[in-house]
Design a protein around this ligand. Structure first.
Ligand code: RBF
Length: 159
């Protein structure tokens, strides 16, 4: 990082006083529940209050952007974290779902000016889903929570 410049905006990694909304897909709940555990754990370990986290459940990942929009519209949340697991099967559904969700989440964050972070696993198979939901390759729910913490504090620092 270049320390010569005049002003640097950065988001600290403290979750104290931040109100989080989390949207979870029920589809592949075995994995999504691990992503939720990871997200809550990261928030609490960074000084956040678990009691201030609100969770909305939707049937599948395709419905995530809708619920994120509803949460953002309440203006009660400083950030919304999206959690889901889409596993590639015999049909090309995964690609369609993933592109819609990624596009929808990006648009919503920009529309509302509130950080929306992406904690979806897009896996080719069950092994990859296992690896990314708390085993070998970390927990993508925790990663999305950390990104949300940083983005909220970054947002607050830019003025
Ligand atoms: N939702 C997921 O969150 N993960 C999936 O892997 C997933 N696979 C699906 C496969 C097919 C063929 C269909 C039709 C739906 C799937 N969904 C999945 C559910 C989808 O996100 C949505 O909830 C439903 O299509 C209802 O709109």
């Amino acid at each position: 990082m270049n320390k010569q410049v005049g002003q640097i905006f950065e988001g600290a990694l403290t979750a104290q006083g931040i109100k989080f909304g989390i949207v979870c897909a029920r589809f592949n709940d075995f994995f999504v529940s691990k992503l939720l555990d990871g997200a809550v754990d990261v928030i609490v370990r960074h000084g956040g209050d678990a009691a201030k986290i609100s969770v909305a459940y939707v049937p599948g990942s395709y419905e995530i952007p809708f619920a994120v929009k509803k949460m953002l519209a309440t203006k009660k949340f400083d950030a919304v974290i999206a959690l889901g697991v889409v596993i590639q099967g015999a049909t090309p559904h995964a690609g369609y779902i993933n592109s819609e969700v990624a596009k929808g989440l990006a648009q919503l964050g920009l529309e509302f000016g509130v950080p929306v972070t992406y904690g979806l696993i897009t896996a080719d198979n069950l092994d990859q889903a296992v690896e990314r939901s708390g085993c070998k390759a970390g927990n993508k729910g925790g990663d999305a929570a950390l990104a949300a913490i940083e983005m909220v504090n970054l947002t607050r620092s830019i003025k």
